[in-house]
Design a protein around this ligand. Structure first.
Ligand code: 13P
Length: 270
């Protein structure tokens, strides 16, 4: 069933748990994500990246959400494009990430305020480095300033804030070091749920600690893509006989489901 973004986050926050948010590039991925959530009996967020944004695909993800046995919210990930944000809501997405962190502070505020007039919005403050669709090894960007975060959330009406505490998208160039004191300081000053992007490459202990310090949403993409590709490579020889695309699709969904299930077990472990 389709769920409101803020309901999923609020329920997770109340239980000291986090909602899993996973990027889907096709239906096999989306089906795998929702299957894992159903096995864990937990709600989940299906992310669609801006580069794969397409009316038909977003509509298909919304249909997956509607038919799921657990609460599912579709979210447009990282976008600053007004028309794409509007379209996402028109197509039935429950939330967008209005990703104005590279803009001057006032422009970031204006973007999030505008987007919040159309639906539920996650905002971002501080620079989360790395490409969202193609893994490159990067170092952490500008970290979120706790005082600025409080002011930003007050002004914007964001439903969720993505923090930069040493996390990056894709692959970590150095072993990740998250700034726990900064996360605590942000949590003390900001009421809305906080999200952690770039969770691929973080250990389960990192994730547990982040959740215990107030992270209520965890975004994973790269680890899903890697597992999807590994499984595809391994399955190809086997499925050539009989041109068995059914078996390939099923192996891909199951591979994604296994990664998601393991993550959800960590997020729920409180
Ligand atoms: P990773 O690709 O590093 O898992 O990051 C995913 C993400 O934050 C999507 O917004």
């Amino acid at each position: 069933m389709k769920a409101r973004f803020s309901e999923l986050l609020g329920a997770a926050q109340a239980q000291n748990a986090a909602v899993g948010a996973f990027t889907a590039y096709n239906l096999e991925t989306a089906i795998g994500v929702v299957r894992a959530a159903a096995r864990r009996k937990r709600g989940v967020i299906l992310l669609v990246s801006e580069r794969s944004f397409d009316d038909v695909f977003v509509g298909a993800l919304v249909a997956v959400a509607e038919r799921a046995s657990v609460p599912v919210c579709v979210q447009l990930d990282h976008s600053v494009v007004h028309r794409t944000i509007e379209q996402a809501f028109e197509l039935g997405a429950g939330a967008v990430l209005a990703a104005g962190s590279k803009l001057p502070f006032e422009h970031n505020v204006a973007l999030v305020q505008w987007a919040a007039g159309h639906g539920e919005v996650e905002a971002e403050l501080g620079g989360i480095e790395g490409d969202e669709d193609i893994a490159t090894a990067v170092a952490a960007g500008a970290l979120t300033d706790p005082e600025e975060a409080a002011d930003f959330v007050r002004q914007t009406g964001a439903a969720c804030l993505a923090v930069s505490i040493g996390n990056v998208h894709g692959t970590y160039r150095e072993p990740p070091e998250l700034d726990w004191a900064r996360l605590e300081a942000i949590r003390e000053r900001v009421d809305v749920p906080l999200s952690l992007h770039g969770a691929s490459g973080l250990t389960d202990d990192h994730l547990r600690r982040a959740i215990s310090l107030g992270i209520a949403k965890v975004n994973v993409n790269t680890e899903l893509r890697e597992q999807y590709l590994r499984t595809t490579e391994l399955a190809l020889d086997r499925v050539r006989e009989g041109a068995n695309v059914l078996a390939l699709n099923s192996a891909q969904s199951e591979a994604v489901a296994a990664v998601v299930e393991a993550k959800l077990a960590v997020y729920d472990g409180y």
